[in-house]
Design a protein around this ligand. Structure first.
Ligand SMILES: [Zn+2]
Length: 100
């Protein structure tokens, strides 16, 4: 049960009690979804049907990518313009992006 994050190399699972939120691809926003594809290292001609199934966990977004909602860490919403960190970047424990 529970699906795994589709970010390459990430094995976070969407299971009850997980500290990670899971986000759907912004399929309706063509420009934004291309940025997501690039960040994940997917081809730009990835089929829409496949894109709709992709999920990216909260480990690839920084604090600034979220609409702040104190007290509801798990239910936070991504900003509409948020893009996952590219593959060569990682978040450190403070939620800052670092190049690895
Ligand atoms: Zn992930």
């Amino acid at each position: 049960m529970g699906r795994t994050c589709d970010y390459p190399g990430c094995s976070n699972k969407d299971v009850p009690g997980s500290c990670h939120g899971f986000h759907r691809f912004p399929v309706t926003d063509v420009a934004l979804r291309e940025l997501w594809l690039v960040a994940l290292g997917f081809k730009l001609d990835t089929k829409l049907a496949k894109m709709k199934k992709l999920r990216v966990c909260s480990a690839h977004f920084s604090e600034e990518d979220y609409v702040s909602c104190p007290g509801h860490r798990k239910k936070r919403d991504l900003k509409r313009s948020a893009v996952p960190a590219p593959q060569f970047c990682k978040m450190n424990v403070q939620g800052n992006m670092i190049v690895v």
